[in-house]
Write a protein that binds this ligand. Sequence first.
Ligand code: HEC
Ligand code: HEC
Length: 418
Amino acid sequence: MTLRHNLVPFFLMLLLGITVGAGAQETPIQELGDEIFEDVNLSVNNNQSCATCHDDAWGSTGPDSIINAGGAVYEGSIPGEFGDRKPPETDYATLSPVLHLDKSGTWVGGQFWDGRATGEKLGWPAADQAQGPFLNPKEQALPDNACVVYRVSVSAYAALYEEVFGDNIFTITFPADTNALCADGQLVPLSMDNRAKVETEYDNIAIAIAEYEAGPEERSFSSKFDASLEGMYKLTKQERRGFALFQGKGKCKLCHSSSGKQAVFTDFTYDNLGQPPNPDNPALIEDPDFRDPGLGGFLRSRGEPEDVWRAELGKMKVPTLRNVGAKPNPTDVKAYGHNGYFKSLKGIVHFYNTRDVKPECVEPLTTATMEDAIAGGCWPAPEIAENVNREELGDLGLTDEEEDAIVAFLETLTDDFF
Ligand code: HEC
Ligand code: HEC
């Protein structure tokens, strides 16, 4: 990690005057990012925004119980196009540093389950990440970043954009048929000068989104847990017991860091939990050999030596646990883990507790769903057998009540309690 990469976000925050904390107002750039985040016109068929897959009421993840109960991956703007991973939550993810190797040789930082939005481009993984979905054929599927810039320049919030970034966006000369080209999946022909301006504005758009995700509405530290640290709420006996187990016998804090105020419940490192494949993942249905290589796959694709990427195969970024329990109704189903294998918090905690205690499932349960595996008293083999963490999980010796207490504690991490 270079010095520049560390400092850019810091200066950005100073310049743009970020305020964090409950009750703070959004700044103009955060408001702008919010508009962009929710603009369905920034997709090829004008039918999908970032919020389509990252819904606040669901802890900024996927808002459809039926999808979550099955493959857990969301269809893009183009019907029939699916990604192969579950949408993670976005809000606290903005705190992830630029991807780097720390002193102990551990990969830390970046965004996406596999870290491929490294932050090396814009100095902030959240901003690098925000340039991906608009152009991802399985998400918003626009053919050219000029389409995004063009549609922002003619949006209802164009005046707010000018207030934040000046009027350069309106000096770009776009062909008269730009909208039609974009809707038709074509590149937009532009002069070199106009192309350079598009690049600058596309960076600005990404920075506005990241600022929004990091803003006071999205990252509000306003859960029961935060209130309890401020002396404004007393955790119930069960919640307190759950927190003690989280920190102790359950070993959760070894990866989901929980010390101090404003803990984000992740250390932004990577691990292979030995999570089974999700049998309903469309990618697996299409190709029975599909396995998600995680960080190792990304490091391989960028040309790292074999000994480097092999050691990271199957590892996924430790997600924040803030808002992990957030959903509009208690009966709604959320999916957990990179492939959405787990359908309840109780289920994933039970897996941490018993992965190495129960036998591996045999036919006909080798590709069992979570519910069927639990009913059958077994766990299917890991999606990727290499690098499974056997030190920090798998046989925790928790009782059923202790599992429930941990779940009760996780439920206290939902924002907007105060
Ligand atoms: C079709 C659904 C879909 C849409 C639309 C979508 N996302 Fe995502 N998002 C995902 C999925 C799936 C992942 C995980 C992908 C991966 O890890 O490879 C993800 C990952 C992320 C992450 C990474 C979080 C972390 O902890 O690493 C952020 C931030 C994010 N999206 C923000 C956005 C923004 C901003 C937009 C709009 C520009 C957007 N998403 C549009 C599905 C979607
Ligand atoms: C060795 C590090 C490690 C430990 C210890 C650990 N976790 Fe995790 N946790 C992870 C990683 C990595 C993931 C993502 C795994 C994946 O998707 O393959 C994860 C995912 C989760 C998720 C799903 C979140 C989501 O948004 O999908 C929950 C909930 C969770 N952990 C809770 C816990 C609890 C509770 C404990 C303690 C009983 C615990 N974790 C212990 C690393 C860890």
